[in-house]
Design a protein around this ligand. Structure first.
Ligand SMILES: Cc1cc2nc3c(=O)[nH]c(=O)nc-3n(C[C@H](O)[C@H](O)[C@H](O)COP(=O)(O)OP(=O)(O)OC[C@H]3O[C@@H](n4cnc5c(N)ncnc54)[C@H](O)[C@@H]3O)c2cc1C
Length: 429
């Protein structure tokens, strides 16, 4: 069976050709390889790093820019599960995520692999605050629910300026916030030669047999037009929302995936640094993270309930709503002169009836594995699960360094720009 993926690809960069010292060449234009990964977001790049360290020959194919889709658009909070215990219960989601912050912390410090010591941190910790009532419940939830990280209530003088005049409880939560684009750049730079840009519309074809085993991935070099047949032992789809089309292309059901849309708010201007959640009952009314744009201006990325409800609003309506919400929950912050924008993005996950899956999701069909991490924080858990189901790696035959592929110019994917760089901005009042 042959099927062709039909998705629009864009943007290629000219860069040095890959030196596939770990890719087995049997004849010109044909590669035998252990694992081919589709998708260079957080999940694909982390898996590539893991496989490379295990001496498993792997290649990552990216259709657009690295991290486009969700990772670069995300808020980068390495959750420890607190927001899933606001009802006071240790939910399945909280249980599966509670070990992640320590693992990330050690990787970010360069103590374990992947070495993420070049990834920029937006913050070492988050804040939690309530809008009105003073409640000690907030500080108790995490401890009672058995989380590794519980919030610590702050005295008035310990509060960040943005929360100085908030009437309710303010707590500190030791969840780090990473800069997702720099995290993608950090991993990509460590594996540049194993990343290929592909043209999924005109330069990708799968040859599969009846039990969904991919025999050949037929690629066309987007720059030279030369064909390359890749013969993988295993194919791993970690392409976020792109997984649906990839699955269809190899004869698998695309209905295994769900999209949950968000309409996020951006604010730009003279704003204080703030990273954290405004908690209202058992939900996060607002989640705010602070970044810098390419011109070194302060950007607030605003999600949480506002971005869920925002899917029903157009941009002007959502900006109006955001201004009212922010004035209510952050009475001490001056929004005069601040500019506003919004962006829409879908969360791509395994189908779970429209609800957030409680853990990472993995499917294995033929020699095809499909995965969704559900959260950025859970990417290490997904990668561990993938590695567990991979077949044993046989030794790859060696290749001669002067093989034609070593000289071939193949475009490499670049890191996606954060959403605020291409947003349409509206002046404030
Ligand atoms: C607004 C927002 C905020 C979030 N905030 C957080 C947070 O604070 N903390 C947290 O833990 N999680 C957060 N998440 C969830 C988190 O971002 C995702 O779970 C995670 O980034 C998914 O990573 P991924 O690699 O699976 O997918 P993606 O990041 O979507 O990457 C998929 C990659 O595959 C590529 N691709 C697509 N189609 C193809 C194809 N056919 N062939 C090859 N490549 C293809 C894409 O270009 C992209 O590079 C947030 C999500 C959103 C949307």
């Amino acid at each position: 069976m042959r099927a062709q993926v039909r998705i629009i690809a864009h943007c290629c960069l000219d860069s040095p050709a890959p030196r596939p010292d770990d890719i087995a060449m049997t004849q010109p234009g044909t590669l035998h390889i252990d694992t081919v990964i589709f998708g260079g977001g957080a999940a694909g790049l982390w898996l590539l790093d893991e496989l490379t360290r295990r001496n498993r020959p792997a290649l990552l194919l990216e259709a657009h820019d690295l991290g486009s889709g969700q990772t670069v658009a995300s808020q980068g909070i390495i959750h420890g599960g607190l927001k899933y215990t606001l009802s006071g219960m240790l939910t399945g989601s909280a249980q599966s995520i509670r070990d992640m912050p320590l693992l990330w912390r050690r990787a970010l410090a360069g103590e374990i692999t992947p070495n993420l010591s070049k990834t920029r941190l937006r913050a070492e910790f988050c804040h939690l605050w309530r809008t009105k009532t003073i409640s000690s419940k907030l500080a108790m939830i995490g401890a009672r629910a058995g989380l590794r990280i519980a919030p610590k209530k702050l005295d008035t003088e310990e509060r960040p300026p943005a929360l100085a005049t908030c009437p309710g409880t303010v707590a500190r939560l030791d969840e780090q916030v990473v800069d997702p684009a720099s995290f993608i750049a950090d991993l990509a730079s460590q594996h540049a030669r194993r990343l290929l840009q592909i043209d999924v519309r005109h330069g990708l074809e799968f040859v599969t047999d009846r039990d969904h085993t991919v025999q050949t991935i037929r690629l066309i070099n987007p720059e030279t037009g030369e064909p390359l047949d890749v013969l993988p032992r295993t194919v791993v789809f970690l392409a976020g929302s792109g997984n649906a089309s990839l699955r269809e292309a190899v004869g698998l059901q695309s209905s295994a995936m769900q999209r949950r849309p968000l309409h996020m708010v951006l604010a730009r201007g003279e704003l204080p640094t703030l990273n954290g959640h405004c908690v209202d009952g058992s939900s996060t009314r607002l989640t705010i993270t602070t970044a810098r744009d390419f011109a070194d201006r302060t950007i607030w990325q605003i999600g949480g309930q506002i971005a869920e409800r925002g899917t029903e609003l157009d941009t002007p309506e959502l900006i109006q709503h955001a201004k009212a919400e922010l004035a209510d929950v952050l009475p001490g912050v001056d929004f005069n002169g601040v500019e506003w924008a919004t962006y829409r993005v879908d969360r791509a996950e395994a189908a779970a009836g429209g609800r957030r899956p409680e853990h990472v999701s993995l499917m294995q069909e033929g020699n095809v594995i499909t995965g969704w991490p559900t959260k950025l924080a859970l990417v290490p858990a997904l990668v561990e699960a993938v590695v567990t189901v991979l077949p044993e790696c046989q030794e790859a035959p060696s290749i001669s360094p002067d093989h034609p592929l070593a000289d071939r110019r193949w475009p490499r994917p670049v890191v996606a720009a954060p959403p605020w760089e291409n947003a349409q901005w509206f002046p404030g009042n």
